[in-house]
Design a protein around this ligand. Structure first.
Ligand code: C2E
Ligand code: SIN
Ligand code: SIN
Ligand code: FE
Ligand code: FE
Length: 401
């Protein structure tokens, strides 16, 4: 066995309450499951002064590591290289490993020295990691993380109390702290999973709302997808960060929900709209804003803004509010171009598709009148990507959604 000295630890009180408080705060604030796992693990290593640890989440039939660290290996190999050893690994839920056995039995397992498991031990230590990394696991602690109904949602495993150099058994205080954290972590994991699944359902519902609105318009879900992707491209080009770009990609899918309030005869009229029909059509912006209004959720609030303002024009001749320039929210200036490019480049009940060259020409003519100059320039810099999206999500006759 060879282990290099772990970072010398200054003397700490046996109950680093601050670290515990920190864990609790993280648990309540962090919604991102991966980040949450990393934070819990780091705090636990500090509190118990263990050299290594892994947080496993339960998947069907196996455990999957969602955070793992080994401090002495990080020191020996350098942080980046050591990280490479831990990119997601799995352990079967069987008694062939300590973590697996912990999940099978649903009980805490405390081992002072895994090298001398008693004969007839109901589980074995899987020493693959030790052999591959010239590491020696001595003391181990594996704690099941159970949700409120008692199912094991994960396993918390700590290795080599007191550091990698001269590991000691885990103290009972450490075990109690780790058990307390594990039971809180189980609840946080459940919440984060629930949040993720609610978010997915929420986004899916919003997308379907967008599709429903376009349904009678004889357009397909592809129209929604294209406008979303064009908007995403333009937002990124405008320097938006990834989070906001992502919000706009989703929110722009609902820009025309207000068309549910426009009669079929107008929506699908093969020819040019007369004055009254045009006025009825223009109401779709106000109707859309009404449908999406009054909600603080960032995606819904942004989609409301876009539904209201996507037909405003840079020179102030658009509708419904005839606002100009930077009075128009940037989200709307972006979706305006994305929407018109899509209308030009595809078939509508009232028009055939224009050629790519003609589309580019029409948009360029609108630079500074219909569209903000900067956004036209970004469009012109990304023509290949616009074309690629158009081709990938082409309309087909009688497309199923
Ligand atoms: P849409 O079909 O999605 O078109 C969105 C926008 O693309 C239009 O907003 C317009 O700014 C631009 N656009 C579409 N076709 C052309 C074109 O051939 N040339 C140029 N230069 N721009 C074009 P707009 O005009 O406010 O129309 C909003 C919506 O009203 C359209 O959405 C469409 O659903 C409907 N609409 C507009 N004009 C007609 C029409 O003549 N007949 C029918 N049936 N519907 C129309
Ligand atoms: C490990 O050493 O990280 C896993 C081995 C075990 O769970 O026994
Ligand atoms: C139009 O604006 O409807 C005519 C299309 C074009 O500009 O070529
Ligand atoms: Fe519209
Ligand atoms: Fe549209």
């Amino acid at each position: 066995m060879t282990t290099t000295p772990a970072t010398p630890q200054p003397d700490q009180p046996r109950f680093p309450l601050q670290s515990l408080m920190e864990i609790c705060l993280h648990l309540s604030a962090e919604q991102d499951l991966d980040k949450l796992m990393g934070k819990i693990l780091n705090a636990l290593l500090r509190v118990t002064r263990a050299d290594a640890g892994t947080l496993f989440l339960t998947r069907p039939g196996h455990l999957e590591s969602s955070a793992a660290r080994c401090l002495s290996l990080e020191q020996r190999l350098g942080g980046e290289k050591a990280k490479g050893l831990f990119t997601s690994f799995t352990v079967q839920i069987t008694t062939e490993s300590v973590a697996g056995a912990c999940a099978v039995r649903g009980e805490t397992i405390v081992l002072d020295d895994v090298r001398s498991l008693p004969a007839g031990s109901p589980f074995t230590h899987n020493n693959r990691f030790d052999l591959e990394n010239d590491y020696t696991t001595v003391s181990m602690l594996a704690i099941p993380m159970k949700n409120l109904s008692g199912s094991v949602v994960g396993v918390l495993q700590l290795i080599n109390a007191g550091g990698g150099e001269s590991p000691t058994p885990f103290f009972s205080e450490d075990i109690e702290i780790a058990r307390a954290v594990a039971s809180q972590a189980a609840v946080a994991i459940e919440n984060a999973r629930l949040t993720a699944s609610l978010r997915a359902a929420h986004l899916d519902t919003l997308r379907r709302l967008g599709i429903a609105a376009e349904w009678r318009d004889k357009e397909t879900a592809n129209h929604i997808t294209r406008v979303s992707l064009y908007s995403e491209l333009l937002a990124r080009g405008c320097g938006w960060d990834e989070d906001n770009t992502d919000l706009l990609r989703i929110a722009s899918a609902m820009h025309d929900v207000g068309k549910v309030g426009v009669p079929d005869a107008i929506l699908n009229k093969p020819g040019k709209l007369d004055f009254m029909e045009r006025a009825a059509m223009e109401k779709h912006c106000i109707i859309g804003a009404g449908i999406l209004g009054g909600n603080d959720d960032p995606v819904i609030a942004l989609s409301c803004e876009v539904a209201l303002g996507h037909h405003e024009k840079w020179d102030g001749t658009g509708y419904p509010n005839r606002i100009a320039g930077e009075h128009i929210p940037e989200s709307c200036r972006i979706v305006a171009l994305a929407d018109v490019y899509d209308a030009l480049s595809t078939k509508r009940p009232y028009k055939e598709p224009f050629s790519h060259e003609r589309c580019v020409e029409i948009i360029t003519e609108g630079r500074g009148t219909h569209f903000e100059p900067k956004i036209v320039d970004i469009f012109l810099q990304h023509l290949d990507e616009f074309l690629a999206i158009r081709q990938q999500f082409e309309d087909h006759t009688a497309t199923a959604v």
